[in-house]
Design a binder for this molecule. Sequence first.
Ligand SMILES: Cc1cc2nc3c(=O)[nH]c(=O)nc-3n(C[C@H](O)[C@H](O)[C@H](O)COP(=O)(O)OP(=O)(O)OC[C@H]3O[C@@H](n4cnc5c(N)ncnc54)[C@H](O)[C@@H]3O)c2cc1C
Length: 339
Amino acid sequence: MIPFTYTRPDNIEDAVRAASSLGSAARFIAGGTNLVDLMKEHIEQPAHLIDVTHLPLKQIEDANDGGLILGALTTNSQVAYDERIQSRYPLLASAIRAGASAQLRNVATTGGNLLQRTRCFYFYDTAVACNKREPGSGCAAMHGKNRIHAILGASDQCIATHPSDMCVALAALQACVQVTGPQGTRSIAFADFHRLPGDQPDQDTTLRAGELITAITLPAENFAANYTYLKLRDRLSYAFALVSVAAAMHIENGLIAQARLALGGVAHRPWREPEAEHLLIGKAPDRHAFGLAADRILIQARGHGDNDFKIPLARRAIVRALEQAAAGIPQSPIDKRIN
Ligand SMILES: Cc1cc2nc3c(=O)[nH]c(=O)nc-3n(C[C@H](O)[C@H](O)[C@H](O)COP(=O)(O)OP(=O)(O)OC[C@H]3O[C@@H](n4cnc5c(N)ncnc54)[C@H](O)[C@@H]3O)c2cc1C
């Protein structure tokens, strides 16, 4: 057992002040469903825990621009079953319900979900090299069992993937992350929030020291009619994605007027490729157009041996998700409406 101090502020200012005064040895803790596991496995060893569960960040509110504001402490269940999310952002509800288990979703928070760490086996095994856990030590996954690893955006230092389902939908919806830190508040576009590993794989995000996530904002554009979150995994429930696809579009007069496509389980961050989406604009929503978009998004895909299968799997998943979105069949395995 590594000793740590514990503090429980009840306002944002005190939480941020505590984080900046305690420095890099401090961690915020929300639901604890990831951080506590990491502490038990000696992967994270914070000297100070700042419990944020008493901060006033538990509301889902309407935004002035027609969107919604999700407080960082809303639970995954609260968001997935909120009537406004279900009717206006069903893609998000579907993605959240495809993740973890009911018990975990009741405790896991929106802010914590964004910052959950990779499920790379070698990150969790302190006996082997991992640049994400211990910078400069090497990457055991590169020539190890890498079935679950990245096919896009990896570096020679790290091939880990980001495990979240919720974040794949948030990427497709172009959400924004609201943060408060020692320098004040700022808003981070979702596409800029998670990093690629590069030569600093220990850095998962662009958050600065001491910054607290306060909310996620969803824009008014919601794609409630034509969407699908398709999650492919080894078991139908309680497993992380090998490949997942958030697909959404607007169809006008039989042609695609707008398209969104994001992949999970394939990269260090939710993967979006705007050029693949642009390829769909003005096209009839058919298998040919969807195949071209899939080829574009996967153009740089590269396997590492065990995970080579993910490339054709991702292509088929993209085409299928887009077909279902176009047909207005919002499939998620959890919805039990698989054709
Ligand atoms: C068995 C199991 C299966 C799972 N399956 C899935 C799955 O299929 N799909 C999926 O998407 N997820 C899955 N998860 C992950 C789960 O969704 C995350 O553990 C959860 O979302 C993390 O939220 P939390 O509130 O518990 O975070 P915590 O564990 O409290 O914190 C996680 C990280 O976020 C930081 N943090 C928390 N809140 C804030 C804040 N407001 N501002 C700044 N930093 C903050 C903490 O410092 C910590 O670094 C699974 C988890 C488990 C244990």
